[in-house]
Ligand binder design. Structure first.
Ligand SMILES: Cc1cc2nc3c(=O)[nH]c(=O)nc-3n(C[C@H](O)[C@H](O)[C@H](O)COP(=O)(O)O)c2cc1C
Length: 388
């Protein structure tokens, strides 16, 4: 099931660490390659020798006494998934705050593929509000959390906090690496276009590009071949193209359209551009009144939706009133397959926020409501709906 997959296991200082010996065995049985990194505290619970023997590989703990510089935290990120189990309250809280004071944490910080964590701790620790806040932070940033179960705990009490069974961790790994979008090509646009006035000034809008970036990241982690066309520079593991203006975006979209299974247009493309941007910086002394003549930009979503095509086309719309009614008119006018509607009158979601709440309309005007959630989780649900 996991043939050829490279799995990095991270073990932290909890009693459940001994169970990971069995997890290594079943990963290996499923033909995965396994490497293990431990926090120094985890060494109190399991030995390097056992883990080395079971994984048939070197086992890593921070070691600064090395002869030559080997950035192990970067080399270790070359795995398909990082499974941190058991995940202690301490490590969870450090992960959620970007702390990198051991090799496991530095590796997680540099890891740009799926991370699965299986927390295990005493019930009061699990219920601690700081721990809960940190769990939410990780979940909202794309971490997969296998929430602990209730049962008898090593500390002698009964309650929530028990690490999920090894079989559950295995099944979740298979599900994540199942890569539902493997073989799919997805083109995503993101950001607000910048329509030049002169070499240093432009007209733009409040779109942050976060929703498009979340879609691209999630599509990539689900195995898709992603091309992101954005109005800002993005340094990602997938293909990115910079297109700042509506005309540049139109060109980039049309040049990369062939063979795409899906095109998702989250970019806020300006409706108008300056007809004749100045070649040199406009001097304040040159005039008291400056009039800019604007001309209409192409409607990229409408144009590509009307073309003969095999790709699914998903548009986004931002409305400040009558969200659903306007969205219904828009999907019919644009001719795309799905339209994701955001309510921009709300201050708690949408533009520049890390959260969103959307409605997905299809061509038959069926409407699916996705409740307020992180943009990462919204992105996942949009992709699942579109590729249903
Ligand atoms: C016997 C023993 C068992 C422990 N079990 C757990 C546990 O299950 N979960 C947890 O969060 N902390 C547990 N701790 C506390 C952690 O080991 C401690 O918070 C440590 O700082 C974790 O470090 P690490 O996250 O860097 O591995 C335990 C400590 C001891 C002494």
């Amino acid at each position: 099931m996991l043939t050829g997959k490279n799995i990095l296991i991270g073990i932290t200082g909890g009693i459940a660490a001994y169970k990971i010996c069995e997890l290594i065995r079943i990963y290996k049985k499923a033909n995965a390659n396994v490497r293990v990194v431990l926090t120094p505290n985890a060494l109190n619970f399991v030995t390097k020798l056992t883990l080395q023997t079971l994984s048939n590989s070197e086992v890593y703990v921070e070691n600064f006494e090395i002869d030559e510089y080997k950035p192990e935290h970067i080399a270790l990120t070359e795995a398909d998934i990082f499974v941190i189990a058991p995940a202690s309250a301490n490590t969870i809280s450090k992960l959620a705050n970007g702390i990198c004071d051991n090799l496991l944490l530095s590796t997680a910080c540099a890891f740009n593929r799926p991370i699965l964590i299986a927390p295990a701790m005493n019930t009061n620790m699990w219920n601690n509000p700081f721990v809960q806040e940190n769990i939410s932070k990780l979940s909202n940033n794309g971490y997969h959390i296998l929430e602990p179960a209730s049962g008898f705990l090593a500390c002698g009490t009964t309650g929530i906090g028990r690490m999920r069974e090894i079989d559950d961790i295995f099944a979740k790994t298979v599900e994540i690496l199942g890569q539902k979008l493997k073989g799919k090509k997805i083109l995503i646009t993101a950001g607000g276009t910048k329509e030049k006035i002169d070499p240093v000034r432009y007209i733009s809008n409040s779109s942050s590009g976060k929703m498009g970036l979340a879609l691209a990241d999630i599509a990539y982690s689900m195995g898709a071949e992603v091309t992101l066309i954005s109005t800002f520079k993005a340094d990602k593991g997938y293909r990115t193209i910079l297109a700042e203006t509506a005309l540049e975006m139109e060109k980039a979209v049309k040049e990369n359209l062939a063979d795409q299974d899906c095109v998702i247009m989250t970019a806020a493309v300006a409706d108008y551009r300056v007809k004749a941007p100045a070649e040199q910086k406009i001097k304040k002394e040159s005039t008291d009144n400056l009039t800019l003549e604007l001309v209409k930009n192409p409607d990229i979503l409408k144009d590509i939706s009307k073309m003969e095509r095999k790709s699914i086309i998903v548009g986004f719309c931002a409305e400040s009133e009558n969200l659903i009614e306007n969205a219904k008119i828009k999907i019919q006018n644009k001719g795309c397959d799905y339209l994701v509607a955001n309510d921009i009158s709300r201050k708690d979601i949408g533009f520049n926020s890390n959260e969103n709440e959307v409605y997905i309309l299809d061509k038959n005007l069926n409407i699916q409501h996705i409740e307020k959630d992180s943009k990462i989780n919204i992105a996942k649900q949009i992709l699942e709906r579109v590729f249903e």
